[in-house]
Design a protein around this ligand. Structure first.
Ligand code: ADP
Ligand code: ZN
Length: 520
């Protein structure tokens, strides 16, 4: 049986759908045994970059980290995911330490976390050699810098250990200044490091834009029409849609084809080959298209449906403009996408905490979709990178949105939800707010509710925009067990009680009204 690939392990062990920016390249270098220094922003996902390679490699990987609490957390997380990991720290009980040594002797451990103090005893190197250590990973590698505020004298022994064991070393830090980097290279690698990865997450040549879905097919056709003859990718949520949308693009005179995981391998390879070699081809695809695509001059990427997380979004738009020349992106989103993505998470087989985390990653993307200011600032902030000024290169910088205090509107909507027992979707709720005495409204006696007709200051499309933004802010969630009926979430409570206010975007409310409605 072939060993599982890093991307298989990424989902089967770690439960992630996609690599974060930069992770894939680092994982590849570390797995192949190169001496590697990776500088990534905090929160960028460094631990995965040594944990995953440790699973792909023979033998034990030692992880040196300065923080006992963090080591214990990571060991706990790994064990819960079924990975044989242990720690040798001063926080251990004697029994824990014995168990670690026994597992080492039996050759069972994949990751051994060690506090740097452990290296002070000369016995460490001998013990580790016998245990079959095949790699050293150093977290917070800047602790080796004598001038930094985190200096840990025991870190100076790591270079010695590397020489003694003669195994590859991978060092990680969020501290990027050149002096510190120089010290790390000198002290950990004796001045010789094979690969250095320096990752900021910004891709300044990529223009970012989101639009609420109102006539999705036309929105994509218009976007493509303005970029005719330039290579692009359109990502769709379903296989069927890739085929119909590719047809529509071809009918509009584009060079377009579809791609999804249900196609024969030969047919898929043919599309990949055409995309690499032909100019101006549009590939309409599911997320199955991308892993192997290495085309530097993709000029645009559009999402006909909302991606599943902010990581997936970043990775997919990141396929545009690898050559550094200008590239454009457009992501469409609407209430149906949100419902679908939530349902996919809820109906999956993942344990409860992972589902909560996945909802969180989806929320982050929805927050970006409904952002009130510069999208790049919001995106980079999610990945832990502060950016002082608005970017000037996203749709919200191009046209700053008009904001309004949406507190009253949101409270009216929440009250309609609660007074009807959290049993209805936005269509029915909007009828109540607008005072439309439809049959369904009359049948259930909802025309007698105090909220009946309290929302006539907006029309139906405006209310749809309010509900969409409420979903985007995770104030309401569709309940998969009640056919997507909207339920209030905890963060909405202070708004309902009048203890918090909420700002909404007027443009998406107004635009909904002003825009001609074209049926897709
Ligand atoms: P740091 O770089 O600060 O050490 P961590 O390794 O602790 O960051 O990762 C930060 C967070 O990002 C963690 O919650 C982790 O689960 C999450 N994370 C890491 N890689 C991915 C990924 N590929 N997809 C989604 N979440 C990820
Ligand atoms: Zn911006």
């Amino acid at each position: 049986m072939a060993a599982p690939s890093p991307s298989d392990l990424l989902s089967s062990v770690f439960g992630f759908g996609a690599f974060r920016p930069g992770q894939a390249e680092i994982v590849e270098a570390v797995t192949s045994g190169e001496n590697t220094l990776a500088i990534m922003p905090t929160g960028g996902g460094k631990s995965l970059c040594f944990q995953l390679p440790a699973l792909c490699r023979e033998g034990v990987t030692i992880v040196i980290s300065p923080l006992i609490a963090l080591m214990r957390d990571q060991v706990r997380g790994l064990r819960e995911a079924g990975v044989a990991a242990g720690a040798l720290t001063s926080g251990n009980t004697p029994e824990e330490t014995d168990a670690v040594f026994e597992a080492l002797d039996r050759g069972e451990l994949k990751l051994l976390y060690m506090a740097p103090e452990r290296l002070a005893s000369g016995a460490a190197a001998n013990m580790l050699r016998r245990a079959g250590v095949s790699m050293i990973a150093v977290d917070e590698a800047h602790c080796v810098s004598q001038w930094g505020h985190d200096f840990r004298p025991d870190y100076l022994r790591i270079g010695e250990l590397r020489r003694a064991l003669d195994v590859p070393l991978a060092a990680f830090t969020a501290t990027a200044d050149e002096e510190t980097r120089g010290e790390i290279v000198t002290r950990l690698f004796d001045g010789q490091v094979a690969r250095v990865f320096l990752h900021g997450f910004d891709r300044p040549n990529i223009h970012l834009a989101f639009e609420a879905k109102n006539s999705p097919r036309n929105q994509i056709l218009n976007f493509a029409a303005a970029r005719k003859g330039r290579s692009g990718i359109v990502y769709c949520g379903t296989r069927a849609k890739t085929e119909s949308l590719a047809r529509a693009l071809a009918e509009a005179g584009h060079l377009a084809c579809h791609y999804h995981g249900g196609m024969e391998p030969d047919a898929r390879r043919a599309v990949e080959h055409r995309f690499q070699t032909e100019d101006g081809l549009i590939v309409v695809a599911t997320v199955a298209f991308g892993m192997g695509v290495d085309k530097p001059d993709i000029r645009w990427v559009a999402h006909a449906d909302l991606p599943k997380s902010i990581e997936a979004y970043y990775q997919e738009i990141g396929r545009a403009g690898r050559d550094g020349a200008p590239a454009e992106t457009l992501t469409l989103f609407g209430p149906d996408d949100i419902r679908l993505r939530r349902a996919q998470i809820d109906e999956g087989l993942a344990p409860q905490e992972r589902k909560a985390a996945d909802h969180g990653r989806l929320n982050a993307l929805l927050g970006l979709a409904e952002a009130l200011g510069c999208r790049r600032q919001a995106l980079l902030a999610y990945f832990g990178e502060e950016r002082a000024d608005p970017c000037g290169h996203c749709d919200l910088c191009d046209r700053p949105p008009e904001l309004f205090d949406g507190t009253t509107a949101v409270r009216k909507a929440l009250s309609a939800i609660l007074r009807t027992g959290e049993y209805f979707g936005s269509g029915h709720l909007i009828d109540i707010l607008l005072g439309n005495a439809t049959e369904k409204v009359r049948e259930r006696g909802h025309d007698g509710l105090p909220t009946f007709g309290v929302g006539t200051e907006y029309d139906k499309r405006q209310w749809q925009a309010v509900f969409r933004q409420m979903m985007g802010h995770d104030l309401v969630r569709p309940d998969p067990e009640r056919h997507g009926a909207l339920r209030m979430t905890d963060p909405a409570r202070p708004i309902l009680r009048g203890e918090a206010s909420i700002t909404l975007r007027k443009d998406s409310v107004q635009r909904a009204k002003d825009r001609p409605v074209v049926k897709a």
